[in-house]
Design a protein around this ligand. Structure first.
Ligand SMILES: [Zn+2]
Length: 733
C-alpha cells in the first residue's frame, strides 16, 4: 500500500495552498487576521500506534471510524522513539515490523481522503541504545552518570531537554516528515508536562548548572533553595525555547501548522501554565481520566485552569477510552458512563474533546460507540459549543506558586504541603463548596490579575494563596479599591512568590487583620464561636459553636470591627472526661468581615477551605457558601439552578446565543471512580439573565433534544428543565 496522496511537493506549493485557503491572495497581507485551522476545531481523535501495528493495521477501517465521529483532526504516530515511516534520519529507530509499509503515510492518506487534518504525534522522551552509543550527549544521566532506563521498557533511555536531541535530532525528524507528508500539526507525548522539574547530571546539564544556575539544583521541589529558584527560571526558559524552535520548524512548510506540547495536571501544576500559555497557540491537556478516589470534577478543573491562561484560545483535553485508573489497563475499555462524563466536562468547560485509543488492532471495541455517540451529538449541536465568553461573575484565583511550592510555618510544627495532603487542598475545598452552592465562576491565574481581566467579576475568591508577589498583591488591592469584593483564607499574601516570609500579610490593610503569631495546628477539636449575627453566619440557629479550622494564624484586628466569629482553642477530644474547653471564650477573631463602599471583604484566619475538604464538614461548606454569597453583593446571580442533585454549572455566551451546561454528578461514584451509571435528577428550575434587550426566541435542551417552554421578563429567562440524566445543555437563542 504505497500511497502518494499525502506526500506533497515543493515547499512553495504548500505556502501557495495555504495562502489560497486564506482567501486566494498570495501576498504578504494575508494570514494576519485569519484564524488557523485548529482555532475552529471542535473534535479530535487519536490512535496511538504500537511498534507491531504495521503487521495488522487497517488504515481505511480506522479512517472510517474517525470520520464517523465527525472529528476535525486525528493524531497518529510519526516517530521519535519509533518511526512508523521509512525514515532516513540516523538513529531514528524504524519499527522492527515496518517491513515495506509506511504506516504513517498510509494512515495520513486515509485521513486526508476523508478531509481530516493529520497531526503527527511524536515522542521526544526516549531513544534506543544504538543512539545512546553514538550520541551519549543526548541522554539524561543519574548522579553516577549512568543513563536513565525506562522503568518498564528497559531497553529505552531517557533523553535530555538541554541536549542536541531536542534542538537537532527532533527538528531533523520534523523536517523529514514535513518534506514527505502533509501534516497540519506536531504534538509531543509527555513533554514538557506541568509536573515537577527533572534534574539531570549529563554534561550539558552540568554546564547549565555551572554557568546559569550557580550550582547543582535540589532534586525535589524546594523554592526555599536559591539554586532551585534559579533552576526553575532556567528550566522554564529552556522549555519555552524548545517549544518556539519546534513551532518554527513545524511552520517551515505550512505557515498554519503548529507545534503542540503536552500539558495537563489538572489543578496540580508545578511548571507555570501562564508562562507556557504564552508560547502555546494550542493548549493540550493530557488529562485522560481519574484514578482511585479522585473526584469526578477533576476534568472540569482542568478546563478551568487551561481557560484561565488561554482565554478562549484552543484547548484540547485527551480522554482515554481505555481503562486508565489506579491500575491501568491499556487494552480494555473504561466504563461508558465515566468516559461520557469526562467528555461532557470537556465540552462544558469550552475545551475540545480528543478521544484516544491505544493499538491499531483492538480486541475490545466497546469504547467505539461511546465516543461516536457523544461526538455525533456534539457535531449535531456544534454552534452551541462555539463560545464567545464565559458569563460567570465570580472569579477564583488560581494560586499557581502556592500549589507548586507551598510550605507553611516554621519550627517544630513546620510542614511541607505535600506531607499533610496536597497544596491544592485549599482550592479543592473552596471548589467543592462553590459546587454545592451552584455558583458560576471562572479561574483567574495569579499572573493575570490585570484590571481588564478582573473587572467583569463582582468577587474574587482566594483559597490560601500564601505565595503572592508584591505586584499580584497590588493588583488584588486595586481590584478591591475599584469596588471588587474579596474572600481570602489562611496565609494568603503572607509570603512572596518564592516563599520568603513577610512580617505581615501584604494584604493586611485589605483583610483588616495583622498576623499576631505563628501558625497553630494541625489540631482537631477547635472551634469558632458565633459572637453576633451576620449574613455569613445565617442558617446556624441552634448552635453557638462551629467546627474550627485544623490550622489557623493568630490575628489582631487592625480596625475596630465587630467580633463576629471568635476562636475557641483546641482542647482534648479523648477521653470523654477530658473533653471540655479550657478557654471557652477569647477575643481572637477567627474571621473578619468588612465593607467599604461596594467592596466587601471576608477574611478567614484559618484554613477553613482545606479543613472542609479533609473533613467534609457541612457547616464549613455552608460558611464558605454564605461568605461567597455575601461578598457577591445583593444583586441576583446571573444564573441560578434550583432543584435536587449535585451539579456543576457553566454558562457561556455562544455564537447563536447562550448555553447553560449542567453536569450531573449525583452519583455514588462521584468521589471514587468509575461511574457505573447515571442517576437522573430533575425537574430543575433555571433563571438565566441575558444581556439587556436580548430577546430569546427558543430554549432547547440539547441532550434531551427537545424545546422547552420558557418565560422571559426583565432580562431574565425562566425555564424548567424536566430531567438531567448525565449532562444537559440548555441553549437559549
Ligand atoms: Zn541533561
Amino acid at each position: 500500500m504505497t500511497l502518494s496522496l499525502s506526500k506533497v511537493g515543493a515547499r512553495e506549493n504548500n505556502v501557495a495552498a495555504f495562502l489560497l485557503a486564506q482567501g486566494g491572495q498570495p501576498s504578504s497581507k494575508t494570514g494576519g487576521n485569519q484564524k488557523p485551522w485548529y482555532a475552529s476545531m471542535r473534535r479530535c481523535g487519536q490512535i496511538n500506534f504500537n511498534e507491531r501495528d504495521p503487521l495488522t493495521m487497517d488504515v481505511n477501517a480506522w479512517g472510517d471510524y474517525w470520520a464517523s465521529l465527525k472529528v476535525n483532526a486525528v493524531l497518529i504516530n510519526g516517530g521519535g522513539i519509533v518511526a512508523f515511516y521509512p525514515t532516513n534520519v540516523p538513529y531514528h529507530h524504524r519499527s522492527q515490523f515496518l517491513g515495506s509499509r509506511d504506516l504513517f503515510g498510509e494512515m495520513a492518506a486515509a485521513l486526508e481522503k476523508r478531509k481530516l487534518h493529520v497531526v503527527a504525534r511524536m515522542d521526544c522522551n526516549y531513544a534506543y541504545e544504538e543512539a545512546l552509543k553514538a550520541h551519549p550527549e543526548w541522554f539524561e544521566r543519574n548522579r553516577d552518570l549512568s543513563p536513565r532506563r525506562h522503568n518498564e521498557s528497559t531497553w529505552l533511555f531517557k533523553t535530555c531537554m538541554f541536549s542536541p536531541y531536542f534542538t537537532e535530532q527532533m527538528p531533523a525528524i520534523y523536517r523529514e516528515i514535513n518534506r514527505r507528508y502533509h501534516v497540519a500539526a506536531y504534538f509531543t507525548n509527555g513533554w514538557p508536562s506541568t509536573g515537577t522539574l527533572t534534574v539531570c547530571y549529563c554534561e550539558n546539564c552540568q554546564k547549565v548548572y555551572r554557568e546559569k544556575v550557580g550550582g547543582i539544583p535540589p532534586e525535589e521541589t524546594d523554592a526555599t533553595n536559591p539554586l532551585y529558584r534559579k533552576y526553575y527560571k532556567v528550566f522554564m526558559a529552556q522549555v519555552v525555547e524548545v517549544w518556539r524552535l519546534w513551532d518554527s520548524v513545524a511552520k517551515e512548510m505550512r505557515p498554519d501548522s503548529v507545534y503542540v506540547g503536552n500539558l495537563g495536571g489538572g489543578i496540580r501544576t508545578v511548571k507555570n501554565v501562564k508562562t507556557l500559555s504564552e508560547v502555546a497557540a494550542w493548549f493540550n491537556a493530557d488529562h485522560q481520566g481519574r484514578a482511585g478516589d479522585t473526584v469526578i470534577w477533576d476534568c472540569a478543573q482542568q478546563g478551568r485552569v487551561a481557560q484561565s491562561v488561554m482565554n478562549g484560545r484552543t484547548i484540547t483535553n485527551v480522554t482515554g477510552a481505555y481503562s486508565n485508573s489506579r491500575l491501568t489497563w491499556r487494552h480494555t475499555a473504561k466504563a461508558p458512563a465515566e468516559t461520557t462524563m469526562w467528555l461532557a466536562q470537556i465540552a462544558a468547560t469550552g475545551m475540545v474533546p480528543w478521544f484516544h485509543w491505544l493499538g491499531g488492532s483492538p480486541e475490545d471495541t466497546r469504547w467505539r460507540e461511546v465516543g461516536r455517540s457523544f461526538f455525533n451529538w456534539l457535531a449535531a449541536n456544534e454552534a452551541h459549543f462555539r463560545n464567545r465568553r464565559s458569563i460567570a461573575d465570580m472569579a477564583v484565583l488560581y494560586p499557581q506558586s502556592t500549589i507548586a511550592f507551598y510550605k507553611s510555618g516554621t519550627g517544630p510544627e513546620s510542614w511541607r504541603g505535600a506531607e499533610r495532603g496536597q497544596t491544592s487542598d485549599y482550592l479543592q475545598g473552596l471548589y467543592y463548596a462553590l459546587l454545592e452552592g451552584r455558583f458560576l465562576f471562572d479561574f483567574v491565574h495569579e499572573d493575570d490579575l490585570v484590571s481588564e481581566r478582573l473587572k467583569k467579576y463582582r468577587a474574587l475568591l482566594i483559597p490560601n494563596a500564601a505565595y503572592l508577589s508584591d505586584k499580584q498583591c497590588e493588583q488584588v488591592r486595586e481590584y478591591a479599591s475599584s469596588g471588587g469584593s474579596v474572600l481570602a483564607t489562611f496565609e494568603t499574601s503572607r509570603y512572596n512568590e518564592w516563599g520568603d516570609k513577610r512580617k505581615d500579610y501584604a494584604l493586611a490593610d485589605l483583610f483588616g487583620a495583622s498576623i499576631a503569631g505563628e501558625v497553630i495546628g494541625p489540631r482537631g477539636n477547635s472551634y469558632m464561636r458565633i459572637e453576633q449575627r451576620h449574613p455569613i453566619i445565617d442558617g446556624f440557629e441552634g448552635t453557638n459553636l462551629l467546627p474550627g479550622p485544623e490550622n489557623r494564624l493568630p490575628i489582631r484586628a487592625k480596625e475596630t470591627t465587630p467580633l463576629t466569629l471568635s476562636v475557641v482553642p483546641y482542647y482534648p477530644a479523648f477521653p470523654p472526661e477530658m473533653v471540655f474547653p479550657r478557654t471557652p471564650r477569647t477575643d481572637e477573631p477567627a474571621a473578619i468581615f468588612k465593607q467599604k463602599g461596594r467592596s466587601r471583604t471576608a477574611y478567614f484566619a484559618g484554613d477553613i477551605d482545606r479543613t472542609f475538604w479533609r473533613s467534609g464538614s457541612t457547616d464549613l461548606s455552608q460558611l464558605i457558601q454564605n461568605a461567597a454569597r455575601w461578598i457577591s453583593g445583593d444583586a441576583r446571580p446571573s444564573v441560578s439552578v434550583s432543584g435536587e442533585g449535585v451539579v456543576e454549572i457553566f454558562a457561556w455566551e455562544t455564537e447563536p446565543g447562550y448555553a447553560l451546561h449542567i453536569l450531573n454528578y449525583t452519583n455514588p461514584n462521584m468521589t471514587r471512580g468509575f461511574l457505573r451509571r447515571f442517576y437522573a435528577i430533575g425537574p430543575l428550575k433555571v433563571e438565566f439573565t441575558t444581556a439587556a434587550k436580548r430577546k430569546i426566541n427558543s430554549v432547547r435542551a440539547l441532550r434531551a433534544g427537545r424545546d422547552l417552554p420558557f418565560k422571559q421578563s426583565d432580562g431574565t429567562v425562566r425555564v424548567e428543565v424536566p430531567a438531567v440524566d448525565d449532562y444537559e445543555v440548555i441553549a437559549l437563542t
